[in-house]
Design a protein around this ligand. Structure first.
Ligand code: N2P
Length: 356
């Protein structure tokens, strides 16, 4: 009898353990795959209503996380603590990630909306054939300023930023390539320059700008400039558009020496758990109505030709945000390789340390 009871107990324990394991596996699948999709995007870079709409349409729950630089995003993906199903790197970061084997090839048969993208933004050197990435937004780096607070300066040239009348009046977006690139551009060097003398000259020139720099900030830069906490900002174009929406005294210019033309792109990291859902999300964002709603909400420029047709004329014809891409010197950031990218970061850090 005792033996029978023991056998029953043993069967009970084993059955319980099996049920528990099965339940646990389902639950953990729910956290990272199954009906959940983890999206990793830049801050302030999506209309939250679109996330809800996607969840309602597909029954997939979105876990949404943000980053503020390509470098921070790549570090987190390599560390692998959280697994992401969709991420949105800029072009040089797509190139780096695909070469480091961090991305999954996309299944284009699940992305019919890709045909809505303007061919100008497809098949670029950072990802031939768009094997790994689909354009999300694009823009420039330029100067947003409040003419009431800058006297006669109109910022035809990057060099106007060094004018002594701008003491403590400029805010910088917190980006190594953006700010070093600006300094390089001001000397008519390329934003992809790797010549050490030129890079040191760019750092020295930036250090001379220190008295004019009030702060180096993240997404708060929009609020600060709209509230007239500073007269001038070096910002991404879409942030400028949002600032101008909030305070129409400001305007946005691209200096004559030229500037950076960037694009951010949706990718699926190799470690993704919900690959099916990731394709659904990317295709959802490619839908013309969704892409137009997103562009209107975040203020950035859409590469989606069909979405552009749905935008109010005053947005799509605004040359500050939809410039003629052939009319001025616009350079795309190249993937300069691991060592050189780290060097850009070090130089920027050195500038920031001096600043504090
Ligand atoms: C949006 C950030 C835009 C990223 N807050 C520019 N690559």
């Amino acid at each position: 009898m005792k033996q029978l009871a023991q056998t029953f107990l043993a069967i009970f324990v084993i059955a319980f353990a099996l049920m528990y394991t099965a339940h646990y596996m389902n639950a953990s699948e729910g956290l990272t795959g199954g009906n959940t999709l983890t999206v990793y995007n830049w801050g302030d870079y999506i209309d939250p209503e679109l996330i809800t709409k996607f969840e309602e349409e597909t029954g997939i729950k979105v876990i949404y996380q943000t980053f503020d630089s390509n470098e921070a995003m790549m570090t987190k993906i390599v560390q692998g603590g959280t697994t992401f199903d969709v991420a949105v790197p800029s072009e040089y970061a797509v190139d780096k990630m695909r070469k480091e084997n961090l991305l999954l090839p996309l299944d284009h048969s699940k992305l019919p909306g890709i045909s809505n993208i303007n061919p100008r933004f497809m098949n670029l050197a950072f990802d031939p054939g768009n094997q790994y990435s689909v354009p999300y937004f694009w823009g420039t780096v330029g100067i947003v300023y409040n003419p009431e607070l800058t006297g006669n300066l109109t910022f035809k040239s990057w060099n106007d930023l060094w004018d002594p009348s701008l003491k403590n009046k400029i805010m910088f977006v917190d980006g190594a390539r953006e700010i070093l690139g600006m300094s390089l551009n001001s000397m008519n060097y390329s934003v992809n320059d790797t010549n050490e003398e030129h890079l040191q000259a760019a750092l020295a020139k930036l250090q001379k700008l220190t008295p004019n720099v009030k702060a180096i900030v993240g997404d708060e830069i929009k609020m600060l400039l709209a509230n007239e906490e500073a007269a001038v900002g070096i910002v991404w174009s879409g942030d400028a558009s949002e600032i101008i929406d909030a305070n129409d005294k400001l305007t946005y210019v691209l200096p004559e020496e030229g500037t950076n033309l960037w694009s951010d792109n949706m990718v699926i990291p190799k470690t993704a758990k919900n690959i099916e859902g990731a394709h659904k999300f990317i295709n959802f964002m490619l839908d013309p109505a969704n892409a137009a709603q997103n562009a209107e909400y975040v203020g950035y420029s859409t590469p989606n030709e069909k979405a552009m047709k749905l935008l109010p004329e005053e947005i799509s014809s605004d040359e500050r945000f939809y410039p003629d891409l052939n009319s001025m010197k616009l350079e795309v950031y190249e993937n300069l390789g691991k060592k050189m990218l780290a060097h850009y970061n070090e130089l920027f850090l050195e500038f920031k340390m001096h600043k504090k």
